[in-house]
Design a protein around this ligand. Sequence first.
Ligand SMILES: [Fe+2]
Length: 304
Amino acid sequence: MAEKNERMLDKALAEAMIRKSSEYLDFNRNVRESARVLEDSLSAFITKGGEDLSTNRLLNQTKDVIALSNNPLHTFHMLQNIRHYDDATFIHCLNVAIICHSFGKWLKLPGKDLDVLTLAGILHDVGKMWIPEEIIKKPGSLTDEEYSVIKMHPTRGYHILEPMQVDVRIKNVALMHHERKDGSGYPSGLRGDEIDEFARIVAIIDNYDAMTSARIYRGALCPFEVIEVLEEEGDTKFDTKYMSAFLTWVTESYVGSNVILSDGRKGRIIRNNSCKSLPVVETEDGEVDLSKEKDLLIKSIPDC
Ligand SMILES: [Fe+2]
């Protein structure tokens, strides 16, 4: 019990420090501004019935946020903090776009493709604009009928973007980001290579972001819990090559981070392992290779 209280205090202190920092205050202001611009642009586009959506403006706003921090890990941390009191769809879209940009850069995508992937991240859930707010924000579980309405958002999104002069991959991402390589996804049950390459990337990032964010029915999961789940189960549903690259990139981003282990010890990640969810951690007792320990894992990252 005392240990649990101590952990909660550590987490609260870390959150308070992040919220007080000028980097976070700037970041928070810019994220909110970007979310507002995104929301305004999309609403204007819809009410005007198909006039051009200012994709340049959306891209520039997102790039402004990305430029606030050189370290994608900081971006993750600060977005996680914003989430504690604002988990809107727009913040999710912006977060997916930022992760798309950082991951795409790590993949060494050419500039034009990087912009396309970033915009695809912003616009992947544009079809949700058509879903009644009471369903999107419903606190309890959804009825079958409500869930079938939610599942219409990829097709809706594609129809919004279809007449626009934007890269076809952005349209395909809106349509295909819930398709899964084993055919279990929607709306069309596409398999493997039938799914657009960028939609396969955004599907991974969308899923990761949803799992690491707080939900009404559960708190945010520790990124390493999510990495473990994705390592075990990700291969059946997601592109093998991109999933492996994504997990490498995420875990590399966390090298140097402070962590708390499941036995309560504090430490710092010093390097990765082939088993991505079990890195090597430096503790006051020396180096601990989690891949060689039984029942010992990363319980939390106090700074996020
Ligand atoms: Fe979606």
